[in-house]
Design a binder for this molecule. Structure first.
Ligand code: FUB
Length: 326
């Protein structure tokens, strides 16, 4: 059973939810109408600003805090403000967002505010060494912050080698193939104390098969990482979750460290209406919630999505399932 969309006055997607100042704040993409035809590069996802939403109860009223950042505010951005996330550290708030730079290459920017509801003031340049899409921040119990990021095909992850070299010939719907070829995976770096840069070389994380202990392979499209990383902690374990892209699942893997390795542990959500699936997981007032999107409100238009939320539960082994009663 799906919940209602959080809001219906605008289309929203890619929800990153956090509890700040006793409320749930949701940092979504703001989808808009476009004449750009659907393609596997995601050109039709042509978003130009961000709103922030907040709520204090499941299925309760939602406040739209309005536009908190737009393309024109950011000197390095050319187009496509894709899935953002936010973090809080030492009383300040940080919005991380991917966009194409003036050369058409996806980078990740950071913008700062003194309030979770923004507005956010962007740095004039992207985070040095950042690339691809879908930043997801995670501040651990020891106050160390990490940024997970990456997405293949339209998100260009397959174009990057050694964190340095961008190969434009790999743009578009292509990725490594082969039953014995390791899949591409999400990237992670610890953030600097001021949250504006990477404090270390970007690493690739590994998702391991639960039986063999070997990394998932490129042909394993039902389980391999595609985009939409999220990190949360439950019972002292690190839960890395993500979209499998062209197979449309939300999957998760569990590890003992923020860097992984993570052992594949199953699916959180089956395919929704629409091509993309993207989510976040947050604890609020003792319950756990999955925020996700689908295209039911737009009657299946892939780039016009709506954010929803559902309660999730954990079993004795720490496995996730959707709560039966919503
Ligand atoms: O919203 C644009 C892109 O669609 C996101 O960056 C991906 O995760 C997918 O949801």
């Amino acid at each position: 059973m799906a919940s209602n969309p959080l809001v219906t006055h605008i289309y929203t997607a890619d929800p990153s939810a956090h509890v700040f100042e006793d409320k749930i704040y949701v940092y979504p993409s703001h989808d808009r109408e476009t004449d750009i035809k659907f393609n596997d590069n995601g050109d039709q996802y042509d978003m130009a600003d961000y709103h922030v939403l907040s709520l204090t109860e499941f299925n309760g009223p939602v406040t739209d805090h309005g536009v908190v950042l737009k393309t024109e505010d950011v000197p390095w951005v050319s187009k496509q403000l894709w899935a953002p996330d936010a973090a809080s550290k030492n009383g300040r708030y940080y919005l991380y967002f991917p966009a194409r730079d003036k050369q058409g290459i996806f980078r990740i920017g950071v913008a700062e505010s003194d309030k979770p509801s923004g507005p956010f003031k962007p740095d004039p340049e992207p985070i040095p060494g950042s690339y691809s899409i879908d930043p997801a921040s995670f501040v651990d119990d020891d106050n160390q912050a990490y940024l997970y990021f990456g997405g293949i095909w339209g998100g260009q992850l397959q174009c990057w080698k050694d964190n340095q070299t961008f190969d434009p010939s790999k743009s578009g719907p292509q990725e490594p193939t082969g039953a014995d070829v390791p899949a591409l995976s999400c990237r992670v770096a610890r953030l600097s104390e001021d949250m504006h840069s990477f404090a270390e070389e970007v690493r690739q994380i590994q998702v391991l098969d639960e039986q063999t202990g070997k990394p998932l392979m490129a042909d394993d499209h039902d389980r391999r990482f595609f985009e939409a990383p999220w990190m949360h902690k439950y019972n002292g374990k690190y839960y890395f979750s993500y979209s499998t892209g062209d197979t449309h699942f939300l999957a998760y893997a569990i590890g003992d460290l923020p860097y992984g390795p993570f052992t594949y542990s199953g699916r959180i959500l089956e395919p929704v209406v629409g091509w993309t699936t993207h989510h976040s997981i947050v604890q609020y007032k003792g319950k756990w919630y999955l925020f996700y999107h689908d295209c039911e409100l737009s009657k299946g238009v892939n780039h016009l999505r709506s954010v929803r939320m559902r309660e999730i539960v954990y079993d004795d082994q720490g496995k996730i399932s959707l709560a039966q009663k919503q």
